[in-house]
Design a protein around this ligand. Structure first.
Ligand code: MN
Length: 305
């Protein structure tokens, strides 16, 4: 009788640990805590089977399918932990796991997607035509996203968010495409057809660090106009909250140098050639009229004046 009770107790304990694993993995989305709990559960159920077998072999055999299922769950949980280092979207992890068994291009391509525009494609005229948006957003940006999805497969960066890839990847095609995805997401997010005045907080910071809004704009547009070749000009905030203007070549991004980006202008030819041909300065001048200053202000990290 005493022996029977301890079998029941063991069974109840494993039920509790199983529930704990569900909470860790599905609710808290922590693959590491899930894996540890699951390994504990494996040991517990194995002990239960050994214990039960000593009393009734049928009772032990009944638990064999459950134990096999647990081992499979351990493998899947381990897989998710190995390939998704930080917090995990379970849906994505499941898709990645399925890919391993049945390679399916459409599932891989779902990993990174192009963010929706917050405005219609014909409302930024005359600064930016719908044809420019069709090509710049619809084709160039989309190509960087497609390339990123293709290049990330099988690398340690699979499943990481774009910002982390940009911070960690070595220079090369994967970094270039991830950085272009990051840069373009910022660029298309900061535009608006209905401009409102610059928020006071941002205005004060610009005046503090550049003297006046006009002198900031003069320096920003000068930097953008004189950037040689393809690249981006940025208004950035450093770790102490000081604002400055920097330019980066090709896909490079201020994130790599410890700055947080506030405003960026894309001066690759594909950003303006349809509307302005070679007149980059005119594009920069008109770009000023479609900046969403609220959006830029929202990107400030430090509240210092
Ligand atoms: Mn571009």
């Amino acid at each position: 009788m005493r022996g029977d009770m301890s079998v029941v107790r063991l069974w109840l304990v494993q039920l509790l640990v199983n529930f704990l694993w569900s909470v860790m993995f599905f609710a808290l989305r922590s693959p590491l805590a899930g894996l540890i709990t699951l390994l504990m559960l494996d040991v517990l159920v194995f002990t239960y089977i050994i214990y039960a077998a000593a009393r009734s072999s049928i009772a032990a055999w009944l638990f064999a399918p459950y134990f096999i299922w647990l081992l499979f769950a351990t493998y899947l949980n381990g897989y998710v932990y190995r390939f998704n280092s930080s917090s995990v979207e379970v849906s994505r992890a499941t898709a990645a796991t399925t890919d391993k068994f049945t390679p399916n291009k459409s599932q891989v391509a779902m990993n990174y997607s192009i963010p929706q525009l917050r405005y219609a494609d014909d409302v930024l005229m005359p600064a930016m035509s719908s044809e420019t948006i069709e090509y710049h957003y619809g084709k160039h940006f989309q190509t960087y996203v497609d390339n990123l999805n293709r290049l990330v497969v099988g690398t340690p960066y699979e499943g990481m968010n774009v910002e982390n890839i940009v911070l960690r990847a070595e220079e090369g095609p994967l970094f270039n495409n991830a950085a272009q995805v990051y840069n373009h997401a910022l660029f298309f997010d900061e535009l608006t057809p209905s401009q409102t005045p610059m928020p006071v907080r941002l205005e004060q910071r610009i005046i503090r660090d550049f003297g006046s809004v006009e002198s900031f704009w003069e320096r920003f547009s000068m930097a953008a106009a004189s950037l040689f070749g393809s690249g981006w000009t940025w208004l950035v905030e450093d770790r102490d909250g000081e604002l400055s203007i920097i330019s980066t070549s090709n896909a490079d991004t201020p994130l790599r140098y410890g700055y947080s980006p506030l405003l960026t202008i894309d001066v690759w030819e594909h950003a303006y050639y349809i509307d302005y041909r070679n007149r980059r300065a005119e594009f920069i001048k008109n770009f000023r009229n479609i900046i969403d200053w609220e959006r830029v202000d929202n990107r400030l990290k430090k509240d210092v004046v």
